[in-house]
Write a protein that binds this ligand. Sequence first.
Ligand SMILES: [Zn+2]
Length: 123
Amino acid sequence: MHELGIVKHVIKTLREVAEENSVTRIGSVTLEVGEVSGVITEQLVDCWNYFRERDELVRGAPLYIETLEAVTFCTACEKTYRTVDHGRICPFCGSGETYLLRGNEFCIKQIEAETAQEPAREE
Ligand SMILES: [Zn+2]
């Protein structure tokens, strides 16, 4: 399963970032997923929920997913349009000479560290 591999990769990256920054617990993670990246976000969340209960670093941390709109550029008329609505054929001029500008990406946008609580001090 593709999504399983992604989650493993994300957790590996989190571990590296956590070590570099002396973070022992992740509070939340935000991912950016392109509309046509092929990633199934429901499966991604399912995998995340499975792993986060088995890993001390991310235990209980929510995964937020932001979808990036896919945009295609037409080289014939030099216009852009929504990829999901029209696919590879330009809706303005009917040309197939188009390419994807964005919407194929997948990245970790934000990692929120859960900072250790200061021990309460007696006044
Ligand atoms: Zn066009």
